[in-house]
Design a protein around this ligand. Structure first.
Ligand code: HEC
Length: 275
């Protein structure tokens, strides 16, 4: 009774091949860097939302630690309203930085306090200044970092929590896989070892140490906690519309389910008379 229509079978096969192809492409493109350990994020899944308290703590970590080297060009101070800050708080946060204003009536530039409509202030006036201060390496803008890297949030967390004093023995092998004797090992000047970073040697100074910030809500500022919080904050910066998108997705799924039920009922009604 259930003979499968050949067209339907061809379609199923084609779809299967497509899904396999996509999975294969995803698996191979991420193969250069070590795959970061998956973490539990509040913003994952169909019902995911950002944890407001974690976002605010993460903003504090960005502001007090990361913003010393990394810009966040695509976020304006007024966007912080999404984290639950009110207008006065946002004004006060913006006013802590100095921006260049002008020109005034005399054509002169001047220094003014930051305003809510300003984008987050850049720590360096230009790329050369940023490189000069960082052993030649450029600290990338963090606005979309969790989307720009494979497994972005897991990667960011892994990066911040995987600094080690020195590389493991297994690091010291040559291109043929033979161990390099200790006398011949040469660690690049001014670099740090990070097990999550491709190649292991990174120019970023380990940015987090326990109690690097003092959280106002009493949360203990361990390295893992700060890494988790700043990742939540940066995941929001990269995708501020995530909550609306998921809520829309849920509505679309509900609608499609209702439509399917309706179509099924209709089909039964029509065919009931034709049998
Ligand atoms: C003292 C300056 C400095 C501070 C502070 C700092 N970084 Fe960095 N960061 C750098 C530099 C320099 C690089 C480029 C490293 C390289 O290419 O070797 C970098 C690179 C990165 C990268 C890119 C890594 C990759 O895979 O290419 C991320 C993500 C990052 N930092 C996040 C952070 C976060 C989050 C904080 C705050 C907790 C922070 N950084 C604090 C200097 C800094």
């Amino acid at each position: 009774m259930t003979t499968i229509n050949p067209a339907c079978r061809a379609l199923t096969l084609a779809l299967g091949a497509l899904v396999l192809g996509i999975a294969f492409a995803a698996a191979t493109s991420a193969s250069e860097a070590p795959k970061p350990k998956a973490q539990d994020w509040s913003f994952q899944g169909l019902f995911g939302t950002f944890d407001r308290a974690a976002q605010q703590r993460g903003f504090q970590v960005y502001k007090e630690v990361c913003s010393g080297c990394h810009s966040l060009n695509q976020v304006a101070y007024r966007n912080l309203a999404a984290l639950g800050y009110n207008e006065d708080q946002i004004k006060a946060i913006a006013a802590t930085v100095e921006m260049q204003g002008g020109p005034n009536d005399e054509g002169e530039m001047f220094i003014r306090k930051g305003k809510p409509f300003d984008k987050f202030k850049n720590p360096f006036p230009n790329e050369n200044a940023a490189r000069a201060a960082n052993n030649g390496a450029y600290p990338p803008d963090l606005s979309v970092i969790t989307k720009a890297k494979p497994h972005g949030s897991d990667y960011l967390y892994a990066l911040l929590t995987n600094y080690k004093e020195k590389p493991p023995e297994s690091y010291w092998v040559d291109n043929d896989g033979k161990p390099i004797p200790p006398a011949k090992r040469k660690w690049p000047e001014g670099m740090f070892y990070n097990a999550a970073f491709t190649g292991g040697a990174i120019a970023m100074v380990p940015p987090l140490a326990a109690e690097a910030v003092a959280y106002q809500d009493g949360t203990k500022a361990t390295v893992a906690q700060m890494a988790k919080d700043v990742t939540t904050f940066l995941a929001w910066a990269a995708e501020p519309e995530l909550e609306e998108r998921k809520s829309m997705g849920r509505k679309v799924i509900l609608f499609l389910l209702a439509l399917t039920a309706l179509m099924y009922a209709l089909k039964r009604k029509i065919w009931a008379d034709l049998h």
